[in-house]
Structure formats: C-alpha cells, structure tokens
Design a protein around this ligand. Structure first.
Ligand SMILES: [Zn+2]
Length: 184
C-alpha cells in the first residue's frame, strides 16, 4: 500500500519512498531503562512545566541517538502551537545548514485552539515522530525523509519500546518533507 502522493513523486523520490517503506521497525538496544524516563514526562507535562519537559525530552532524544550510534539532536519544547496551513503545528524537524551543525527538533506542548497542554501520548508520539525523521537520514541513510507506511510503523515501534504495548493511533500526514519537516 502506498499513499496517494507517491504517484506525484519523481522516479528518484519513488525509490527513496520504497526504501523508507521497506523498514518496519527500529530496534532500540537496552530500551528497558528508558521506560522510567518516559514515564517521568507524563506528570511534568500535565503540570505544564516547559523547562522540565524540555529537559526530559532532550534526555530521551539523547538516550535514543546514543543507543543507535547516530548524530545527536537538540530538542526545543515550545509553548503554544502555531497555526499551520492545514491545521495546528505539532512538531518540526530541521536539518543543520552545515555538516558540523546539529539537527533541531521543535515540539509544542499546548494546543493553539485552547492553550491546553497536549496529552502525554500525543506529545510522546510527536517527539518520536520527529526523531524518526532524524533516523531516516542518520541511521537508515535515506536521501529524504518521507511519510510512508514504513515510517509510521517505525514511529510506532519506538513508542512500543519506550511506553509499552498500548500505542495511541497513528496520526498521518501524507506529505514528504524536505530539509524542514513540519508536522500537523
Ligand atoms: Zn513528519
């Protein structure tokens, strides 16, 4: 099964799509000790403590990139989601402009509509979603990071390893990002 936008891609991008779609999971070594870290996020998020949420989200990203032996990431947690073309922006992934730069993930912790703190599972999935964009480039060595069924399966596989079996349903954005991935 391919998403509809596949047919609008050129041959080069279709090859990247197929490479992305072929990988259904990311195996995280020694994921067990990270459950505790993940669980710490829940109450801190509920209390709306942005700096503490950012610190834990950063820690989680660092543990993941270290375990997988890929370039580190910087995580920024921001307050109210900006409105984006097709809805509220949940997260964003930016590749560095230079080789020595660091990729940056931005995730928002409050909804634009009512300013409420987002649900823990939603927040965690968004964070992992953006980390998956990073892993597409750094671990799978793909030339682009596209939203394929394989991509969403990898996101779910990380969620299962970090937060147990009851993964929230997948939110799907059927567009392929370039240097900047904006997700809503
Ligand atoms: Zn995305």
């Amino acid at each position: 099964m391919v998403f509809a936008y596949y047919h609008r891609l050129n041959k080069h991008q279709q090859r990247i799509y197929q490479q992305s779609d072929a990988v259904a999971s990311i195996s995280l070594p020694d994921a067990g000790p990270l459950h505790n870290l993940t669980q710490q996020l829940s109450p801190v998020l509920a209390q709306g403590k942005r700096p503490a949420v950012e610190q834990l989200a950063q820690q989680l990203a660092t543990e993941i990139t270290t375990r997988l032996g890929v370039a580190p990431l910087r995580v920024k947690v921001l307050t109210v989601r900006p409105n984006w073309e097709t809805g509220e922006l949940h997260g964003e992934y930016s590749r560095p402009a230079t080789r020595r730069g660091t990729s940056v993930i931005s995730v928002w912790m409050r909804t634009a509509a009512r300013g409420q703190v987002v649900a823990f599972r939603t927040f965690l999935r968004t964070l992992l979603h953006e980390i998956c964009h990073h892993l597409d480039y750094e671990l799978l060595k793909l030339a682009d990071s596209l939203h394929t069924e394989g991509f969403y399966k990898r996101e779910s596989s990380l969620l299962r390893q970090l937060a147990g079996a009851h993964a929230a349903p997948t939110r799907r954005t059927a567009t392929g990002p370039k240097i900047k991935a904006r997700d809503n």
